[in-house]
Design a protein around this ligand. Structure first.
Ligand SMILES: Nc1ncnc2c1ncn2[C@@H]1O[C@H](COP(=O)(O)OP(=O)(O)OP(=O)(O)O)[C@@H](O)[C@H]1O
Ligand SMILES: [Mg+2]
Length: 252
């Protein structure tokens, strides 16, 4: 594999200004970034620094005001909406900060829906959905609707949905925000396992304790890249102790 092929997300001089009537809100000021296969990358930075805006642009949910973006080699900033949707469906699992589950569907059907959209047969989709929900500790919540689930359980359904289609790229926004320390640890281990030589995970977080799972940390400040560094693997917390997870085994 050449190094070019191993770049799964790429932004060149991406700028974004939100226009609200006469008001212009410049948010990204020329971000150039590559996210590589084989790595779990964390995107960190203060609230309002542009993290959600950047991952939305990197994954084709939002258009940059200028600059170029590629997702798995496809120039999504230059494609029409239909083509962008097709690339997203094929290559991406996206975990939203606010989960974005279908309220009328059960946990299992929420996960199945994306697999069906990819053209998977119902039986195979059901099996994959059940497997993914089991991996995040929700084997006994398959038939619950989002309104019957806690915040942390909804977050785990959203994570299962991203994992189930085995995409090349998983991007998540604050994926552990609603989880207790123990569950957050287990979920990060599952996301870590998703990383292979041909797949990548990019996670937005404020939580330095997640650095132990990362290969690289990119920091954004006021819409510009402020750091691109190795993770600090030594953040510790009794609430988030890796030995506790080994003692207790499975997810709660
Ligand atoms: N649709 C929009 N219209 C106008 N301004 C917006 C819009 N979306 C985001 N912004 C502004 O862009 C800036 C960056 O927002 P963004 O959501 O990317 O930050 P963030 O780094 O993800 O913050 P947080 O850590 O709080 O989630 C903020 O000042 C926000 O108000
Ligand atoms: Mg955000």
């Amino acid at each position: 594999m050449t190094s070019e092929l191993s770049v799964l997300l790429r932004a060149w001089d991406v700028r974004k200004t939100f226009e609200d009537g006469a008001l212009q809100v410049p948010v990204l000021h020329g971000v150039t970034l590559s996210v590589h296969a084989g790595q779990l990358t964390l995107l960190m930075g203060p609230s309002g620094s542009g993290k959600t805006t950047l991952i939305s642009i990197l994954t084709g949910l939002l258009r940059p005001s200028s600059g170029k973006v590629e997702l798995c080699g496809e120039p999504i900033s230059e494609l029409g909406d239909g083509q962008v949707s097709a690339v997203r469906r094929r290559e991406l699992g996206f975990i939203f900060q606010t989960y974005n589950l279908f309220p009328a569907l059960t946990a299992r059907d929420n996960v199945m829906e994306v697999l069906r959209l990819k053209g998977m047969a119902a039986g195979e989709a059901r099996k994959r959905a059940e497997d993914a929900l089991g991996r995040v500790g929700l084997a006994d919540r398959m038939k619950h609707r989002p309104g019957e689930l806690s915040g942390g359980q909804k977050q785990r359904v959203a994570i299962a949905r991203a994992l189930a289609s085995k995409p090349r790229v998983i991007v998540g926004d604050e994926v552990t925000g609603a989880l207790d320390g123990q569950t957050a640890l287990s979920v990060m281990e599952i996301l870590r396992d998703h990383v292979t030589s041909s797949s990548a995970v990019l996670i937005v977080t404020h939580d330095h304790r997640l650095e132990r799972f990362a290969d690289r940390v990119v920091e954004l400040e006021d819409g510009e890249l402020a750091a691109d560094r190795a993770p600090n693997r030594h953040w510790t917390s009794s609430r988030f102790d890796i030995r506790a997870s080994q003692d207790q085994g499975k997810l709660p």
